[in-house]
Design a binder for this molecule. Structure first.
Ligand SMILES: O=C(O)c1ccccc1NCC(=O)[C@H](O)[C@H](O)COP(=O)(O)O
Length: 269
């Protein structure tokens, strides 16, 4: 069984338990009480390379990364460092995240929040909105094409923006065909969990002009932000190096400064 299939098995089991506990109607009611979702797209399209900073405690590839007892405080540091959005991993079994983390981060920051999880049903989209997310991740490799298309449509109808994640050329084509307006190219192979830093360079040109390009995974510091920007990234998503590195606010500020580097001035936006 592939790593993704193993993760999805756990996700389905946790999801079934939550669906048993919390009826969809309750989520819809909670979602209706949230302020309208924030629009991340103009922030991602702004000049230079924008930074999405991730709250990430553990990962299947590395195990425990950081003991994040106060995800809201970490998110505030990210926001004050200049992150345009915060990604919150809500998967429990492999990433040690939760919807409580999402709710806590929502209450603490003003920037848009991405629910980073393995979303396979519209129930999870309602959960995302009910807990204050503005953006939901959809992973092409985890979804049949019909399901991808209908989850994008459902997310939009709920007010969520979608970040559609691809790992291969075929998945980028599927994301484009499905109508994705923000595509994340993830450098981490879902079978081996190895990060191949050339992935974005190889696949970015397959994303049509006008669609936002985000480089995900394996960003270690400012130098990577500049390189990915030169390859056409509008934004980068960074987790591990921020939660394991130096003080998060200044670490994000260093990435933000790199994203505004003069070498990126002549990129077409
Ligand atoms: O991080 C993992 O090990 C992982 C394994 C299997 C599926 C997804 C995984 N990570 C989710 C992410 O996409 C990353 O958390 C995100 O891109 C940030 O990556 P990084 O900066 O390398 O932590």
């Amino acid at each position: 069984m592939s790593v993704l299939e193993e993760i999805l098995d756990g996700v389905r089991a946790d999801l079934a338990a939550r669906q048993e506990r919390i009826p969809l109607g309750n989520l819809k009611e909670l979602a209706s009480k949230q302020p309208p979702a924030r629009d991340v797209t103009p922030l991602l399209r702004s000049p230079g390379v924008s930074i999405l900073a991730e709250v990430k405690r553990s990962s299947p590839s590395k195990g425990s990364l950081a003991d994040i007892s106060d995800p809201a405080a970490l998110a505030v540091d990210y926001e004050s460092g200049g992150a345009v959005a915060i990604s919150v991993l809500t998967e429990g079994q492999r990433f040690n995240g939760s919807l409580d983390d999402l709710r806590a981060v929502r209450a603490a920051v003003d920037v848009p929040i991405l629910r980073k999880d393995f979303i396979i049903t519209s129930y999870q989209l309602w959960e995302a909105r009910a807990h204050g997310a503005d953006v939901a991740l959809l992973i092409v490799a985890a979804l049949e094409q019909n399901a991808l298309v209908s989850l994008i449509e459902r997310a939009e109808s709920i007010g969520l923006t979608t970040l559609v994640e691809a790992h291969t050329a075929d998945e980028v084509h599927r994301a484009v065909d499905a109508g994705a307006r923000i595509i994340g190219i993830n450098a981490r192979d879902l079978n081996t969990l190895e990060v191949d830093t050339s992935t974005f360079h190889r696949l970015a040109s397959l994303v049509p002009d006008g669609v936002v390009r985000i480089a995900e995974s394996g960003v270690r510091g400012p130098h990577d932000v500049i390189e990915l920007g030169q390859d056409g990234a509008d934004a980068v998503l960074v987790g591990e190096s921020l939660v394991t590195g130096k003080e998060p606010r200044s670490a994000v500020a260093d990435l933000v400064a790199a994203g505004a580097h003069p070498a990126l001035n002549n990129r077409s936006q």
